[in-house]
Each structure stands twice: as C-alpha cells, then as structure tokens.
Design a protein around this ligand. Structure first.
Ligand SMILES: *Cc1c(COP(=O)(O)O)cnc(C)c1O
Length: 366
C-alpha cells in the first residue's frame, strides 16, 4: 500500500470546480497583488479567527518579521521563543536585529514550557512568541499572565494552527498579534507562498499596512522603511475558497488522529499529549519511537512516507551557533529530536491506510 505524507492532489480534485472560476476572476480583472480577492479573504479570515484585522503578507516568516517590526522590535532586543520550533520563528527575530532567547519544551505537549519562561526574562526582553506547534495551542493563560506581569508583547506563531482553539478562543486572537503561514502544506494552504497577521489593534494594523507595502499607505508616500510583502490576488482567491472547507478538513484530521490512537493502543508508540483546554487541529501527528531513523527507513520501503519536525533543534543548528548554546541546554527538545516521527496526516487519509501504517509500525518497533 502507498501512504503519502500529504496528498494535496486529493484536496485539489475536491475543490477544483470552486477554485478555477475564482482564479479566473483574478486573471480577468488583473488584480494580481492585494486587490479585491485578498481584501475579501482578509475580512473572512479575521471573522473566522474572531479578531478585528487580518492583513495578508507574503509568507509566515514575513508575518512574524512584520509583526515584530510593528511593535517596534529593534537591534539588541531579546525575544523569547521555544527551542522546539521551525527555524522561521528564530529567523524573524534575527531579521529585526534582535536576539532569540530559547526556552525548552514541555515533554508531554512538545510546546514551550511556560514554567521555564520567567527565568529567561531580562531587562532587554520585549516579547514572547509562543508557537502553537503541530496544531495545538500553547497554554495562553499562563503565557499572557507572564507577559502582563513583565510588560511584554505576545506574538502567536500560529503557522501550524489555523482554526485551533484554547478555551474557545482561536489561534491568533489572544496575543497582541497572530501570525499565519499559507504554505501549501499547512492546514490552510495557498497555491504558492502566503501569510497573514491578525490583530485587534488599529495601531498595529496600520503599521502592517505600511510595512508590507514599502512603508506607504498611499502609493509613493513612504512614511517608514518597509518591505515588499503583499499577498497575491490568486492566493487570496484560493484561500477564500479553502477557508470554507477548513473546519471540515480540520475535523477529518481530528478523526484520523483518533484512529491512529485506536490502532496504536497497547503499543510502545506514544503521540504528543493533547491537553484538555483546547482544540488540536493536527497539522502533524507526531509520535516518539525508539530507533526512529531505522523505523522511518523501513516504513519508507513499505510505501509509508514520514517526516521529522524537527531533526536539529534551533540551538544546535549551524545558523544559530553564534548564540553559544550547548548540547544539553534544552534536554527535552534534544531528547525529542532524536525520537520524533511525524506519521502521514491529511484529511483524505483512509482508515485502511492508518491501519496499515500502525500495523507495520508496531511490527517494526516490536
Ligand atoms: C511554516 C512555519 C513558519 C513559516 O512559514 P512560511 O510561510 O514558510 O514562511 C513559521 N513558523 C512555523 C511554526 C511554521 O510551521
């Protein structure tokens, strides 16, 4: 049997007839950059997330960078981020000339451990970026409390959690700003690069409108030094269509996670723990297994594609060697990096495929 890690073709087949006329609208009206379809999507996604503003940008990385710029992050500022995240979280901090200060993950949820945040706060700390990794939101009660006490900004890296919830609130609606990626493989994915920033603040929204478009709100009146980071019309059109399906796709992912649980029961294979306060939308289904590399190789030979998110923690990667962290500094993140395996996860996955993956994985692990 063949079980891909992700099957974007299956999804495209399902929505082809909805998407094509929307893309045609953009072509017929030559509204390629921002424009009516992006505006429509921004309104719809803001409403979906339960926030006042949504601004489309060119990627999730740009969303994070522009959000940090909007709150005035500059050279020498310190920003707290989890050690267990995709490198883009750290890159956005670096692109502002600021310093990423890492915090180890919680060994159950794989998310930033809120208990370890306060000891990392210094006079230079300006913000915390909780990352809602794998589709599950961080403990936002604890994080917002710490931020309030120390007068820090909170920027939610929601790039893996479109539609995830914490105590009934959507990802991207609790911190000062929320950042989303629409990379094609994300739960809400464009047909190219894309990203967005959500916020309830008129002030930050205004700043981002300028930052994404060369520092100008009105063309050629450049008030600040900005970027070129505007969401494309075609992506707005595609995202509008796909947003209508997001909840049903997320629910299908949740159903698949339950099936994995059922078919892995009684084995030594454990998924990351889902906490009770939220809605985990399973961007990734991550398990810990012994002899991970060998197991992944054998699965691959059996037609099962897997992934590792992520094999090298930020502090041990070449790009961030200048931070002078050492092996052992973030023990939970390091332990996980050697054992985690992301199993196939997408809405169209069948129970037959899940059963096959679990059967072979149990056989390999023994
Ligand atoms: C995908 C991702 C990003 C970056 O998004 P891009 O659109 O690829 O720039 C940032 N943070 C996390 C956690 C991500 O998964």
């Amino acid at each position: 049997m063949n079980v891909p890690f992700l099957d974007l073709k299956a999804q495209y087949k399902q929505i082809k007839d909805e998407v094509k006329p929307e893309i045609d609208f953009v072509l017929d009206n030559t509204c390629f950059i921002l424009g009516p379809k992006v505006k429509e999507f921004e309104g719809n996604f803001a409403k979906y997330c339960g926030v006042k503003h949504c601004l489309g940008v060119n990627s999730g990385t740009d969303a994070l960078t522009l959000a940090l710029k909007a709150i005035g992050i500059k050279q020498g500022d310190e920003i707290i981020i989890p050690a267990n995240t995709f490198v883009a979280t750290a890159e956005s901090v670096s692109h502002c000339g600021a310093i990423p200060v890492l915090v180890d993950m919680d060994k159950h949820t794989y998310l930033i451990n809120p208990e370890l945040i306060e000891q990392k706060i210094t006079k230079k700390t300006r913000a915390i970026i909780p990352v809602h990794l794998y589709g599950q939101m961080c403990d936002m009660d604890k994080i917002m409390n710490i931020a309030k006490q120390h007068n820090l900004f909170v920027i939610e890296d929601s790039c893996q959690s479109h539609g995830a919830e914490f105590k009934g609130k959507k990802a991207g609606s609790i911190g000062h700003l929320g950042c989303f990626s629409f990379y094609p493989g994300k739960n809400l994915g464009a047909y190219g690069e894309g990203g967005a920033i959500t916020t309830n603040s008129d002030e930050y929204a205004e700043a981002i409108i300028k930052l994404r478009d060369h520092g100008a709100k009105q063309k050629y009146y450049h008030d600040i030094i900005g970027f070129n980071s505007r969401l494309h019309g075609i992506q707005g059109a595609v995202l509008n269509v796909k947003l209508r399906h997001l909840d049903s796709w997320n629910n299908a992912r949740i159903k698949n996670a339950r099936l994995y649980e059922k078919h892995l029961k009684g084995s030594k294979i454990f998924p990351a723990v889902e906490h009770k306060n939220g809605k985990h939308i399973y961007h990734l289904y991550v398990v810990q297994i012994p002899n991970r590399d060998e197991a992944a190789k054998q699965l691959n030979a059996l037609g099962v594609q897997t992934g590792i998110h992520y094999p090298i923690p930020i502090h041990l990667s070449g790009a961030y060697s200048f931070l002078n962290y050492e092996k052992g500094d973030f023990p939970e993140t390091e332990k996980a990096a050697d054992k985690i395996l992301s199993l196939p996860m997408f809405p169209e996955l069948t129970e037959e495929q899940i059963k096959y993956v679990c059967y072979e994985l149990k056989r390999i692990v023994g």
